[in-house]
Design a protein around this ligand. Structure first.
Ligand code: R5P
Length: 290
């Protein structure tokens, strides 16, 4: 097996290769003044089983394009099997046509990846698992929530309450609770489909004096999780932590969350960020080894 750490997942890709004791084929990018680039594998991939690791966080369009170029080129050059490891799949929140006339972006992205001849697709905590049904090749959606919960347990937060800031993500809080054992719950969030504004419904949570960890798949602007933390603090929660799998952390997200009363933000390295991270490498390595 050969691992190709894509330009957007250099560090994670290298860790996975190291864990697998696999050879690395680096990718070279030659940039042109107009913003285009030429991508080149710096090693022979013919007849090989390739694992291409490339996340698609911001800048999404660039990272997606590089992913497609790597997958398509690997097949063109005669790779025997190509597995795409895309820790964060961009556009996955647009998995349906919420308003008439909208693009179903997740579906378009899946079509493009599949058209490049990928043989297997692996991702982590995809926003809506039904997106993967559109692939005809085998797929895996790994969950990093247990890893995150174990991280908190290792720091003495055993027994903390696990909260999901959105009822649709209650599965995340339930998974964390299987590790932390302090009970779990959810909030109800509404998003205005035109303005993107969110409202979090008030709810009594019985968290007086308790440590709480709020788990979400994505932190983008930080609005969702900051609102949840404010509500928890106003109800007397002791220490509140923000945890997510995919730290997009756009603009002032980090400041917003810390100002809402969070002790810390913990995420995975699905996307390079400035918060404390728990690496996905062991999880992805295990899936590849299987
Ligand atoms: C959406 O439903 C996701 O699960 C996250 O809750 C959302 O993307 C977070 O966005 P933001 O950080 O901008 O509130």
């Amino acid at each position: 097996m050969i691992v190709v750490p894509g330009p957007a997942s250099q560090s994670l890709g290298k860790k996975i290769a190291e864990n697998l004791n696999a050879q690395i084929v680096p990718v070279n990018l030659k940039n042109f003044p107009d913003g285009e680039y030429c991508l080149r594998f710096e090693g022979d991939v013919t007849g090989k089983e390739l694992v291409v690791v490339q996340t698609t966080g911001p800048p999404q369009d660039t990272n997606i394009m590089q992913l497609l170029l790597m997958l398509d080129t690997a097949k063109e050059l005669g790779a025997k099997k190509v597995t795409a490891v895309v820790p964060y799949l961009a556009f996955a929140r647009q998995d349906k046509r919420f308003l008439s006339g909208e693009a179903v972006s997740a579906e378009t992205l899946v079509k493009l990846i599949e058209a490049c001849g990928v043989d297997q697709f692996i991702t982590v905590n995809i926003h809506a698992e039904n997106t993967l049904k559109r692939f005809s090749v085998p797929t895996k959606n790994l969950s990093a929530i247990t890893l995150l919960a174990e991280h908190f347990k290792g720091r003495g937060l055993d027994g903390a309450f696990s909260l999901s800031p959105d009822k649709g993500a209650i599965g995340l809080a339930e998974e964390a609770d299987r590790v932390l054992g302090g009970g779990c719950g959810w909030l109800r969030k509404e998003r205005d489909r035109y303005t993107g504004e969110i409202q979090v419904e008030k709810k009594s949570l019985n968290v007086q004096g308790r440590d709480v960890i709020v788990f979400d798949d994505i932190i983008s602007t930080g609005g969702t999780i900051a609102r949840a933390i404010k509500m928890l603090k106003s109800q007397g929660a002791r220490r509140v932590y923000a945890a997510c799998v995919h730290p997009l952390l756009i603009g002032e997200a980090k400041t917003k969350i810390m100002k809402s009363g969070a002790e810390e933000i913990v995420s995975t390295d699905s996307i390079t960020s400035s918060v404390r991270t728990v690496s996905l490498a062991p999880l992805i390595t295990k899936a590849l080894a299987r």
